[in-house]
Design a protein around this ligand. Structure first.
Ligand SMILES: Nc1ncnc2c1ncn2[C@@H]1O[C@H](COP(=O)(O)OP(=O)(O)OP(=O)(O)O)[C@@H](O)[C@H]1O
Ligand SMILES: [Mg+2]
Length: 304
């Protein structure tokens, strides 16, 4: 279970303070499928980075499965990421020199899984995303939709309980979008907790629960009976949702901002300072993380 309480994230840009998250309180139960929706700049990726332990909040508390994340060392956080969380990014973040097979295998190498088991699990994951016939292809030999399917396989091969997807269909055509959404729906049906970030109402509508961000605050939560969701509600006049999950003014705006959204979809490459401070050893997400994780990381400090 994910429990965020009064989370704040402030970026200092020269004299200006950007309140990327401005008091977010949110609980996500195990096995939920939640879409986080909002215009460009509303704080979606910032929130995902915090949920994924890729970044830390300036204020507030974040508990994952009853464990206060800020009490964990960087190494413990990286183990938690590696064991519990699968990431899917808009720009796929595959390693260009590795084949589909090797990209999917990498997080298992970090986990110290034996070669025999790795082979079984990698092929199983690639079969699940219907790419068993493309195992030896490198990312530049695959279509966008296929690359994202490799990224989905990489996210699920570690059998994470939580899957975080930040605009996973943002770079895909409608056919591939459908494929990826079907895969995500399957993962949810199989019991994964799924947090899907999108600015697209049609995509969000496929999630049973939708949480809408605006200027770093939650302005609506379709799980209206969740007490936490109400704490950040704005007055009805300001609420684009007005309790509904249909279209909103903020999202109309967001459709104009696709370029902005690509800029922040990859926290590991964009937020060097925050990520490097935590030595983000999320192997499936960034080439820079390769080789950072020691054997102690893999074997010790398990947070489960
Ligand atoms: N490293 C940073 N330094 C300064 N400001 C930042 C940084 N990262 C994000 N911001 C600001 O924080 C706010 C929230 O950014 P965030 O990336 O979370 O938005 P988003 O909802 O994911 O947008 P998009 O849909 O465009 O991806 C924005 O105003 C952004 O400009
Ligand atoms: Mg974003």
């Amino acid at each position: 279970m994910i429990e965020l309480h009064d989370i704040r994230k402030i970026y200092q840009l020269g004299d200006e303070e950007v309140h990327a998250l401005d008091g977010v309180t949110l609980t996500i139960q195990d096995h939920e499928f939640v879409a986080i929706i909002g215009a460009s700049g509303s704080g979606k990726s910032t929130l995902m980075n915090i949920i994924g332990c890729l970044d830390t909040a300036d204020e507030g508390t974040y508990m994952i499965d009853g464990q206060e994340v800020s009490d964990l060392s960087e190494r413990q956080q990286s183990i938690l990421r590696n064991r519990k969380i699968g990431f899917i990014f808009q720009q796929f973040n595959l390693l260009p020199k590795l084949t589909a097979y090797e990209n999917v295998e990498l997080p298992l190498i970090y986990q110290g899984v034996s070669a025999h088991e790795r082979k079984e699990r990698v092929l199983e994951a690639l079969t699940k995303v219907d790419l068993a016939h493309r195992v030896h292809h490198r990312p530049n030999q695959l279509s966008g939709g296929q690359q994202q399917r490799v990224a989905v396989a990489r996210a699920l091969v570690t059998r994470p309980s939580l899957i975080l997807a930040d605009e996973p269909t943002g770079n895909l055509d409608s056919h591939s979008t459908k494929d990826i959404m079907n895969l995500l729906q399957d993962l949810h049906k199989q019991g994964n907790t799924l947090v899907l970030i999108t600015h697209d109402n049609e995509i969000a509508a496929q999630a049973p629960r939708r949480v809408r961000l605006f200027d770093g605050r939650i302005i609506s939560d379709s799980a209206a009976d969740t007490p936490d969701s109400m704490q950040n509600s704005v007055s009805p006049g300001n609420n684009p949702d007005s309790g509904q999950d249909s279209d909103s003014s903020s999202d109309n705006h967001s459709h104009l901002s696709d370029q902005d959204s690509t800029a922040s979809a990859n926290p590991l490459s964009e937020r060097t300072t925050a990520s490097e401070n935590q030595s983000a050893e999320q192997p499936q997400a960034s080439p820079r993380s390769r080789g950072h994780e020691s054997s102690e990381d893999r074997n010790g400090g398990d947070t489960q």
